[in-house]
Ligand binder design. Sequence first.
Ligand code: NAD
Length: 320
Amino acid sequence: MPSPTVKLNSGHEMPLVGFGLWKVDNATCADTVYNAIKAGYRLFDGACDYGNEKECGDGVARAIKDGLVKREDLFIVSKLWQTFHDQDKVEPITRRQLADWQVDYFDLFLIHFPVALEYVDPSVRYPPGWHYDGKSEIRWSKATNQETWGAMEGLVEKGLAKSIGVSNYQAQTLYDTFKYAKIRPATLQVELHPYLQQTELVRLAQAEGIVVTAYSSFGPTGFIELDMDRAKGVAPLMEHDAIKAMATKHNKTPAQVLLRWATQRGIAVIPKTSRPAVMEQNLNHTDFNLDQEEIDRISKMDLNLKFNQPTNYFPTEKLW
Ligand code: NAD
């Protein structure tokens, strides 16, 4: 079943169900991307920071060479890392990322976080990560979000990105962007699952014509892989009694219920797995609807519990 699509404010169509590439290891990444294309995925959500864009590009190139898809069938998403926010750094790094993917445009390019760090030359370390010295030192850049967004708009003008968007923005950063954007963000990608529902932010983005993409739709599950205590300390969403009951009722899996809770409301999803059977299960989840009572039940599960915070990866004193 191909994913339904949603029209972005840029005029381009984006698949509502895509494939997430964070934590896909380098050794298996090309095969994983190839298998995901074979399973029917067309949207791939990558980033400089995931350190696997070359391998993603290898998987895409093989799928195109084998005739599974053409470039224009795919919707390739990547992200600008924090150390490249200065306006003169945006285009060169985008070109490098495109070269890694072996394509000449991104369908969507996002500001990964509204945080600017001092430039680290890719020849010194790539991907650069958060720390200037690769260990513990944080060095801020003075690049403003406005400066960076202007350079992102330049990518569209030069044909390097068809659409541009933002990630990990909250309401105030969005409002600021509206003041100066010549091209409005097409999408907002944020952590979003029943334990972190971001109801007001979703309402704002949708009212402003921005498509929301939910990341980490399975909540703690994606962070247990990182051995994060906060994630290990809460009940996995796929084992939650209410979610399991809905899955049984609709003859679906708990994962499909969690994904449908988003896509049913026009929110895109980008689940990640390396198992082909699970890839298919995640992609093919849009042929049923939760009823209002079930949506209301899930609304009550909100804990405002965010896992993907920089401060969850390293001690606060190292950040400030
Ligand atoms: P996820 O919510 O997709 O969860 C992944 C985990 O769930 C893996 O352990 C996987 O094995 C398991 N899983 C997947 N499908 C399953 C199923 N049907 N049944 C049982 N288990 C299943 O987590 P994620 O990787 O954190 O997020 C998805 C994607 O979102 C990332 O790969 C990345 O592309 C994107 N992301 C973006 C940001 C950002 O800052 N913009 C941050 C985090 C993630």
